[in-house]
Design a protein around this ligand. Structure first.
Ligand code: ATP
Ligand code: MG
Length: 288
């Protein structure tokens, strides 16, 4: 199966997502600065970053939903398939094949599972919607079992499946996922990760925002570290996973000083040794 069912699936060789020099503001607050990022067709890219780093803002800038949050792109460009997305309305971005699954899996709680899925296919021609529905129910059989239940009664993991399923109803060529495993038990998080892998194997590119760095780096080919609105590190996901900095800050392993009992030898310089180590050269680093 491929992206053929999607409204915006491109021909071979078409360019993927390209973000260049992006700056975003919410009124006086600058949330992103000079962000460069690319998701080639068919790839999975991950964005790591702490709370407030700007991850959701980046996805909003791509999906055309910033304006719903009183935000705006003030510099730079977002392109997909070689043409510009910045300035486009959210609905137009969806028609171009770029669909966001928002943070916090906001399903329509009072509507049934089937109605939620139908809502994801608004504007999609009937035959395509039927094919998309089949694909979604194949990926998430539990949604077929629960078709007539209210979405609000599903478990957190099932609601995440429904949120992803709803996005897939539009037949996206690029799926934007905002922390899909947040708050889920490890087993459910692993299932979601498997699903992301499957969706990608079926031809959909994925831009994945995650605080679960280990999972994101295992899924992605390329990854970006966002810190206070700027990309500070980027490169092949395997290289990031092996870098001291990422291991220490996002994977919680690898630093020699983390084993030291609290309160011993205050002010010792050992905690800084790993900073000086040379990391793999394929990683690109930005310093402001
Ligand atoms: N609607 C808004 N109005 C004003 N400032 C905002 C708005 N949304 C986000 N911000 C600010 O922009 C910055 C980036 O926020 P964003 O939500 O993109 O971060 P995040 O990396 O997704 O964080 P989290 O991990 O908590 O989801 C933060 O300083 C945040 O306070
Ligand atoms: Mg966020």
């Amino acid at each position: 199966m491929s992206g053929e069912a999607g409204p915006a699936s491109g021909g071979p060789g078409k360019r993927g997502l390209e973000v260049v020099g992006l700056e975003v503001r919410y009124g006086p607050v600058r949330a992103l600065r000079g962000v460069h990022l690319a998701v080639p067709r068919g790839a999975v890219a991950a964005v790591l970053g702490a709370n407030g780093a700007g991850k959701t803002t980046l996805l909003r800038a791509v999906s055309g939903t910033l304006r719903f949050h009183r935000g705006a792109i003030t510099s730079g460009t977002v392109s997909f398939g070689g043409s510009r997305l910045d300035g486009a309305q959210a609905a137009a971005v969806v028609r171009r094949g770029v669909v966001q699954v928002p943070e916090g899996r906001r399903v329509f709680g009072r509507m049934t599972v089937a109605e939620n899925l139908r809502a994801g296919a608004l504007g999609v021609p009937g035959r395509r919607a039927a094919a998309a529905r089949e694909r979604v129910l194949e990926l998430f059989p539990v949604l077929a079992e629960r078709a007539h239940q209210r979405a609000g009664l599903l478990s957190g993991g099932e609601q995440q499946m429904l949120a992803i399923g709803r996005a897939l109803m539009a037949g996206p060529s690029l799926l934007l996922l905002d922390e899909p495993t947040l708050g889920l038990a490890p087993l459910m998080a692993a299932r979601i990760a498997d699903t992301v892998r499957q969706i990608n194997a079926q031809g959909t590119s994925v831009l994945l925002v995650e605080q679960n760095a280990a999972m994101a780096l295992a899924l992605a080919e390329r990854a970006y570290v966002l810190e206070v609105g700027e990309v500070t590190l980027s490169g092949p996901a395997a290289d990031l996973a092996a870098s001291d900095e990422v291991r220490r800050r996002y994977l919680g392993v690898g630093a020699p000083d983390t084993d030291r009992p609290v309160g011993t030898d205050p002010g010792a310089a050992d905690g800084h040794q790993s900073h000086e180590r040379h990391e793999r050269t394929r990683l690109a680093r930005w310093t402001a």
